[in-house]
Design a protein around this ligand. Structure first.
Ligand code: ADP
Length: 395
């Protein structure tokens, strides 16, 4: 038995039908490329998608390409969408070869330059009355390796060869505008005319994305909203994360695999902690390195946090519950508990060291209180390690 209905729906290469919170970008693309439907061949459009990793640039371009192709065909326009990843194909030669491969254009095996191959492609499109939207993804690599002349050659083709109908339009995808500054200003100005920005996702947006993608990937009732909002908060740009949807989906996938590994019927918060640690191994190294340096009572408080979290099964617990558990643990060890203000100091120190996260309670919790969470897992390993160091310090 598995919690997954279809885990490939979480893979990075899957292109879902809907893209929550990218409606604006899709609409802008449609506007820029509208002339291709109205008067095909009139322009060679160029649009630049800019945003950090995991902001949905690739998936948006692919969704758009495939929808736009349908739209064109309905109007009797023979249009193909071609997506080339320049991280893999970094030279003009490789890119042109890849375009030919995807369009199934036969190219003589040897002896042709990239430029000659490109003209074969242009003639082929001419002969078949075809149009192409060509996406050059991770274009930063192409700029770096292929260089200015290669970029110039691609984007200025139709200026140099007015005998051709304008059959290829471009979508460029880049992490940032700074990599374009390697180009000479004339070439650069060709690329930056139409820019569509992709901002890192906020946790509310990631929640919607995870909700939708999980409904495709998991059986109903195996992933709760608490799990989805916890991942969304770990990754959301407004809650201290990078806003990277790829990371959020990877954590969700790994958390599901953790659930399967132990035959659990549902994905839990604890599965998310383990998944998060797998995507970010440095963090558990850092936590483990920090533990031996903490004062005894700070460790006892950390142990109280771990135990309260384990018992609740929730992403966060209230500082009041932690303090009660801390008193309990002090009794076990025969230690005199520190006062509330000192407890609070220790909690703040744990936060400064990024061992715990804190936030103020909001919806779902009564009253205003400090909430405490730990994103590294598994918690039982952490508990074991803390206990060892406590024993050692008490000797
Ligand atoms: P980028 O190209 O900006 O690095 P991707 O387009 O590769 O980002 O997106 C990363 C992952 O997140 C992919 O699995 C993609 O399907 C998913 N994703 C990104 N944005 C959305 C969205 N709005 N809705 C659904 N899935 C998304």
């Amino acid at each position: 038995p598995s919690v997954f209905r279809s885990r490939d729906k979480l893979y990075p290469e899957y292109v879902p039908a809907y893209l929550p919170h990218r409606e604006e970008q899709l609409k802008n693309l449609a506007t820029y490329f509208r002339p291709l439907l109205v008067e095909p061949g009139s322009i060679s459009q160029r649009v630049l998608l800019v945003g950090s990793i995991g902001t949905g640039k690739t998936v948006t371009a692919k969704r758009f390409g495939s929808d736009f192709k349908q739209l064109a065909r309905q109007r009797g326009i023979n249009l193909e969408y071609v997506h080339v990843n320049c991280h893999r194909d970094r030279t003009l030669y490789l890119v042109v070869q890849e375009i030919a491969r995807q369009l199934r254009i036969p190219i003589p095996p040897r002896g042709l330059s990239a430029q000659e191959m490109f003209h074969i492609i242009l003639k082929y499109l001419e002969n078949r009355d075809m149009y192409v939207i060509l996406t050059l993804d991770e274009f930063d690599y192409f700029i770096e390796v292929a260089g200015n002349d290669a970029v110039y050659f691609l984007v200025r083709t139709y200026d140099e060869h007015s005998e051709y109908t304008k059959r290829i339009s471009f979508i460029f995808i880049s992490r940032s505008l700074t990599s374009l500054s390697r180009l000479d200003s004339a070439t650069e100005s060709y690329l930056v005319r139409n820019i569509i920005n992709f901002k890192p996702y906020a946790s509310r947006e990631l929640y919607d994305i995870l909700k939708y993608r999980s409904s495709e990937a998991f059986y109903e009732g195996t992933v709760g909203d608490d799990v989805l909002s916890y991942i969304a908060e770990l990754v959301g740009a407004d809650t201290g994360g990078s806003g990277n949807a790829r990371l959020a989906l990877e954590i969700l996938l790994l958390a599901g695999q953790e659930a399967d590994k132990e035959g659990a019927p549902r994905v839990t918060i604890e599965h998310v902690r383990r998944a998060f640690t797998q995507t970010n191994p440095d963090i558990s190294v850092m936590v483990n390195d920090a533990l031996p340096h903490l004062p005894l009572h700070e460790l006892l408080i950390l142990l109280a946090i771990v135990r309260t979290l384990q018992r609740s099964g929730e992403p966060y617990v209230r500082i009041g519950e932690v303090e009660a558990e801390y008193h309990h643990i002090c009794e076990e060890y025969g230690e005199t508990p520190r006062r509330h203000t000192q407890v609070y100091e220790y909690v703040m120190d744990l936060k400064r060291r990024s061992i715990i996260e804190t936030r103020l309670s909001g919806k779902g919790y009564r009253g205003k209180s400090t909430l405490i969470g730990i994103s590294v897992g598994p918690l039982d390993l952490l508990e074991k390690r803390i206990r060892e160091i406590i024993e050692y310090k008490r000797e």
